[in-house]
Structures are given as structure tokens and as C-alpha cells.
Design a protein around this ligand. Structure first.
Ligand code: PRX
Length: 653
């Protein structure tokens, strides 16, 4: 669904200020001129090989790329280990004693792990996993709050060649169970709880419920985050405490040499059906993509204190909290909790306390900060910041300008970065020493990436709007959907032939060649930067005993970008009560997680359908957003939609 339209962008462009790179930024940047784009365009494979050469390989590759559309193999025959690249190779020089992770818990507790500390912890946990029978290729589920052990568990899997499947700690038992079962995980790592706005999130309890329906799980390792305040039940033989296992685990573990194409992880993300897809990423290409983009987009230097605020449960955390920055030897800040806890200046106090230089966050957070007011950041010294990033949703120019003005000031470029779980790494973003910035535009494809706007016929549009396509393979691209090769082909590679990747996003290209992202064009919605499928929410609603049919749409929301509106028809004899609407919202939360809670539920006797019985979501969106109704001529019964609109306005207008 387009969150803004092409006409808006034409207006914007006329008014938009442009921000060329400042002399200070340019003087120090890794990349200072256009040549990198030209070189990469001339020979993309050679460009990626140069990026790959910055990593440590135990066996060099024989060929850079084997492309049998849509199947790519990158760095064919090469061997490497992701944990070695994130840890061991930094131990040989001054980075050995540098902070790798600077962590703050929500209650204010703090921990710092140097690269050497992290190396020891990861190696020890790798030994723990091995002792519990985890072998190369086995899948390990991870369901943790944002604690250092989350990064440790991922890197320990990578060290022994196990495949991690991280599930965001906000997902329900059922969502966790489905993700474990789809990839038949042998082991689950969880915690006795996590903190969120002062409350304990009972992760172990949820995990127990999930594991009850997940027969492949042999062991559950439990990190003690809360302790006595939240006692948990431990199932004898199955459940083990992390700290007890670690107490006698050796702190050295030989890394498994992995083929570049060996699986590194699976991460589930929502698609256009009710069932999330297990996106598969492999070792070599993924690490090349994430490390190169971290270095060049954030212009990373050794003295930086880098903070990506994403939860590691999403791809942003995988690529830009863990693999990209650690592969670059960066000092990474991690924060467990909410931005408004204990007060609305938590982010700014963290930046001041740790001297953060690079901040990478989401437009939803920025819009919340705008709402809370500039007096909160003004209480803190933010002068260490030198670069700001944005990710996850289209950033509206007002939010961009606020971020620039109140947080970064003139010295900080604001970099909007477009990418997806499937792309693994940043695809469209400025390079701070080169690119002229425009508020609201992600600007241009990263060197080596080829993006196009295509119209419905598949023709490339030079200037104007259409669908965003990626027309060349790239190292960190997904290699498949776990266990579902047909869906992989159908979903991503069938619209314009097997060599062209369909992103699912609408975009527009301006006369300078810059890209403006418009939002999803399929049945995927983006609520506060969290990706959800309308069909998933519909399935959760229909699962309730009282519901006959449901249609879910994303509607524009001032802070969250989009919010969920659900239109529900009930079974015979069920009353349309406010209590039932609340019960349905809770039902969705129980089925999927709190991120999927609908904002609005409207009961209706009928849904607007075409004569062939297809629900017209476009009209439902118009209704939810209070817009004039679009074309209704294809409806079986146009009166349905008029009634619905009147009812909705009465309820929520
Ligand atoms: O619609 C785009 C939006 O988020 C989708 C990808 O979601 P996910 O796989 O969860 O990954 C989020 C973090 C990379 C995209 O299809 N999106 C992401 N970044 C941007 C964006 N939309 C506009 N501008 C962005 N910078």
C-alpha cells in the first residue's frame, strides 16, 4: 500500500532543500567521489570481490559469482567463519581490548564486553551447544530480550556452523512455535524474562507454551536476566541455566570452516499469505554485504561509538547490531528497553553517557520524539553525534528535518537507508562523503546494486513512479525461503522473469536519479517499522469462534506510519459489542504478538466484494483513512461500502 503518492513527491521536490556533503565530512570520508559508483557499475563483481577481500577467508574463492537466475552463489568455493570475522581477527591488534558491546538494561544496569571478552563468551557458548549435541547445519531457535547473550548465542551458532533462527521477543507462543517447527530447531535459547517499561516480559513462560507443541526441541537454555523477582519453572532434563552451563565450558573453540554458501541463519518475515517465510541467508555473501555497507554508509572509523537501536529480533538487528558492525570492529551500543523509560529522554541520555557518534533508528521513533518535544534532547549533550541513519519505513520530510535540526545539527548527515529482510543489507542509501541529501529520499543504490523503477508492463521508468525492482544479483541476497522453493520463485522472481527481483515496494525516481520510497504495494503492512501480513492478522481473527470473515488493511498513522484496521463479519447470532471488539484485539495479540493488535475493529454485516467474490481492500483503506471512495463500479453491491463508510465514521471518525 502506497503511504504517499507520486504527486506529493513532485510538490516536495520543488520545495525540498538539498544538503550536499559538508567539507568536514567529505575531508574524512572513506569515499569522497563518484568514482566508486562508476567502478562498481563497470564491473560489479570486481567491486564485490574488493569488498570481500577485506574479510578473512580460510580458503579463497574460485569464482566470484555463479548466477543461474534466480539462484546465485557468491564467492564459490571460498571458506570462512562469520564469528572469526567478527571476533578472532580483531584480537590480533589494538581492537583486542576495545569495547565490542556497551550494553544498558532498561533498569539501568550496564555491561561492557571487549572484543576479547566477547570472543571468550562466544567460544564458551559454542562449546555448550556442542556438548548438548548441536552440530553443523542444525537449527537453533533464539528467543531473548536485547541482552548481550543474544549476540553471543548467534555468534556461537555461527562458530560451530549451526543455523540460528532468532524470534523477536514480542512474538506470541504460537508464532514462536510455528517458527521453531517450520525449521525443526533442536534447541531453544531463552531467558527467564526481559524488561519493558518497568514490567517483566515472561519469556520463559511463553517459550514453555511454544515448546509444548514443538517436538524437535531437545533442550532449552535459559539466561537468567531477572532472577528472584520472576521465578520460572525448569523442566528437568530439558531445561538448563545458561550461567551454570557456562561455568565449566572451555573458553576456546575451534571455528568450523564454512563454505561461503553454507546457511548462516533463517529469519522469519511476513509475506502476503497467512504464513511467515523463513528467509535464508548464507555466510560469505551476507557478511560481505553487511560489512561493506556498514563501513561505507556509516563511514565507520575505529573511534566511533555506533548505536543501531533496532531489536536483534528483526533483520536490522542481525545486520546492523551484530554482523556488520562487529565485522568492522566497531564499538556497539545495545539498549534493552523502551525509549520513554524511565523518562522520554532515555535515548538522549544514552547518547550522552556513552558518547555515541552514529545513531541509526526508525522513523516511528523519530516521530514519537517529535511528539514528545525538542526539550527532551535539549537536556543532553549530543555533540558527539556525527552521523544519523533512518531505516524501516518511509521517512517523511518533516521527521527528517526534525531529526536533522534537533538531533544532528548541521554537522550530521541524515542517511535514509532502504532495504529488506530479503536483501540482507542496505540497498539504497547515500554515501555521506559523496551524496547530496534530500529530506525524504533514500537517494541512490549502493555501489554494485542495480535498482530500477518498472511500470506494470515491466518497462523501466527513468523519471517517475512504479514498482521497485533489483536487476542484478548482490552478495547478501536471500538464497531461498526455508523449505519452500516454489514460493521463493513465485514471490520474488516471477513478475519480470527470473533475473529481476521484485521488492514489493512502490517507488519514484526524480530527475536527478534519486529514489523516493512509497511503501508496500502488496498485502504487507508496516506498523511502527514492524512488517506484518494482512492475511496473518485476518487468519488470527477468523480463528476466533465468533468471527465469520475478516478483512484487514493498513491505514496511515501519524506516528507508527501505518496502523491496523480490521473489518469483521460475525457468525449468526453473535452480538456486535464493544466487549467483543476488545476480545478480538486480545485474540490477535495472543495469536501473533502485541505488534499485531488492531487499532480499529469495525463489525459489519457485509464486506465490499467484487462480483467474483474478491474483497476490495483498496476501498476498505479509503474508508479507514477517511478518504473519498475510489471506483466502486466493480462491486457486487455498491450499497455495502457506502453503509460501511457511514458506520466507520460514526465509530472512529
Ligand atoms: O516497505 C519497505 C520498508 O520495510 C520493508 C522491509 O521490511 P523488513 O523486511 O522488516 O526490513 C526492515 C528493515 C530493513 C520494505 O519492503 N522499508 C524499509 N526501509 C525503508 C522502507 N521503506 C521506505 N524507506 C526505507 N528506508
Amino acid at each position: 500500500m502506497a503511504e504517499r503518492n507520486s504527486g506529493d513527491i513532485d510538490d516536495l521536490l520543488r520545495e525540498t532543500r538539498r544538503f550536499p556533503p559538508s567539507p568536514a565530512i567529505r575531508a574524512q570520508a572513506h569515499v569522497r567521489d563518484e568514482a566508486i559508483y562508476e567502478d562498481a557499475a563497470r564491473d560489479p563483481q570486481a567491486f564485490w570481490a574488493r569488498m570481500a577481500a577485506e574479510l578473512e577467508w580460510s580458503r579463497p574463492w574460485d569464482a566470484i559469482l555463479d548466477w543461474q537466475p534466480p539462484h546465485a552463489k557468491w564467492f564459490v568455493g571460498g571458506r570462512l567463519n562469520a564469528s572469526v570475522n567478527c571476533l578472532d581477527r580483531h584480537l590480533r591488534g589494538a581492537r583486542r581490548n576495545k569495547a565490542a558491546i556497551v550494553w544498558e538494561g532498561e533498569p539501568g544496569d550496564r555491561r561492557t564486553l571487549t572484543y576479547f571478552d566477547l570472543y571468550r563468551e562466544v567460544s564458551a557458548f559454542a562449546n555448550v551447544l556442542k556438548a548438548l549435541g548441536v552440530r553443523k547445519g542444525d537449527r537453533v531457535a533464539i528467543y531473548l530480550p536485547l541482552v548481550p547473550e543474544l549476540a553471543v548465542a548467534m555468534l556461537a551458532c555461527a562458530r560451530i556452523g549451526a543455523v540460528h533462527n532468532v524470534v523477536f521477543g514480542g512474538f506470541s507462543a504460537e508464532s514462536l512455535r510455528d517458527r521453531i517447527n517450520d525449521s525443526t530447531c533442536r534447541l531453544l535459547v531463552t531467558a527467564d524474562g526481559g524488561y519493558r517499561r518497568g514490567h517483566v516480559v515472561p519469556l520463559k513462560q511463553v517459550a514453555d507454551e511454544a515448546v509444548a507443541g514443538a517436538p524437535s526441541i531437545e533442550h532449552v537454555i535459559v539466561v537468567q536476566r531477572i532472577g528472584a523477582a520472576a521465578p520460572v519453572a525448569m523442566s528437568p532434563g530439558r531445561d538448563r541455566w545458561y550461567h551454570e552451563l557456562m561455568a565449566d565450558a572451555p573458553g576456546a573453540c575451534a571455528p568450523e570452516p564454512m563454505d561461503a554458501e553454507d546457511m548462516l541463519y533463517i529469519l522469519y518475515t511476513s509475506g502476503t499469505t497467512g504464513k511467515p517465510k523463513g528467509i535464508v541467508h548464507t555466510t560469505g555473501g551476507y557478511l560481505v554485504g553487511t560489512s561493506a555497507t556498514t563501513k561505507l554508509v556509516f563511514d565507520l572509523r575505529d573511534e566511533d561509538v555506533y548505536w543501531c537501536t533496532a531489536d536483534i529480533g528483526w533483520v536490522t538487528g542481525h545486520s546492523y547490531v551484530v554482523y556488520g558492525p562487529l565485522a568492522n570492529g566497531a564499538t556497539c551500543v545495545m539498549y534493552e528497553g523502551a525509549p520513554d523509560w524511565p523518562a522520554k529522554d532515555r535515548f538522549w541520555s544514552i547518547i550522552e553517557r556513552h558518547g555515541v557518534t552514529i545513531l541509526y533508528t526508525a522513523p516511528t521513533a523519530i516521530r514519537a520524539f517529535m511528539r514528545w518535544g525538542a526539550e527532551w534532547p535539549a537536556r543532553h549533550d549530543l555533540s558527539t553525534l556525527r552521523l544519523l541513519g533512518s531505516v524501516g519505513e518511509p521517512i517523511n520530510p518533516e521527521a527528517w528535518m526534525w531529526y536533522h535540526h534537533h538531533i544532528g545539527g548541521d554537522r550530521c548527515p541524515v542517511l535514509d537507508t532502504w532495504w529488506q529482510t530479503e536483501t540482507g543489507a542496505i540497498m539504497i542509501a547515500p554515501l555521506p562523503g559523496v551524496t547530496t541529501l534530500k529530506p525524504g529520499s533514500a537517494t541512490r543504490p549502493f555501489p554494485g546494486i542495480s535498482a530500477e523503477i518498472r511500470n506494470q508492463r515491466g518497462d523501466a521508468v527513468q523519471v517517475g513512479g512504479g514498482l521497485l525492482a533489483l536487476t542484478r544479483p548482490w552478495p547478501s541476497m536471500l538464497r531461498g525461503i526455508y523449505g519452500d522453493p516454489d514460493r521463493f520463485l513465485r514471490q520474488y522472481w516471477s513478475t519480470w522473469g527470473p533475473g529481476v527481483y521484485v521488492t514489493g515496494d512502490g517507488a519514484k525516481r526524480d530527475a536527478d536519479g534519486d529514489f523516493w520510497l512509497l511503501g508496500r504495494v502488496d498485502d504487507v503492512i508496516n506498523v511502527a517499522g514492524h512488517r506484518l501480513g494482512t492475511m496473518e492478522v485476518e487468519s488470527a481473527l477468523v480463528d476466533h469462534a465468533g468471527v465469520a470473515e475478516a478483512a484487514v488493511v493498513g491505514k496511515a498513522h501519524e506516528i507508527k506510519g501505518q496502523a491496523i484496521a480490521a473489518f469483521v463479519t460475525l457468525k449468526e447470532g453473535i452480538g456486535m459489542t464493544p466487549a467483543l471488539a476488545d476480545a478480538l484485539k486480545e485474540h490477535v495479540v495472543r495469536k501473533i504478538g502485541a505488534i499485531a493488535r488492531p487499532d480499529d475493529i469495525l463489525f459489519t454485516a457485509d464486506l465490499p466484494k467484487t462480483r467474483s467474490g474478491k474483497i476490495m481492500r483498496r476501498l476498505l483503506r479509503d474508508i479507514a483513512e477517511g478518504k473519498a471512495l475510489g471506483d466502486t463500479t466493480t462491486l457486487a453491491d455498491p450499497a455495502v461500502v457506502a453503509r460501511l463508510k457511514a458506520n466507520y465514521e460514526e465509530e472512529y471518525g
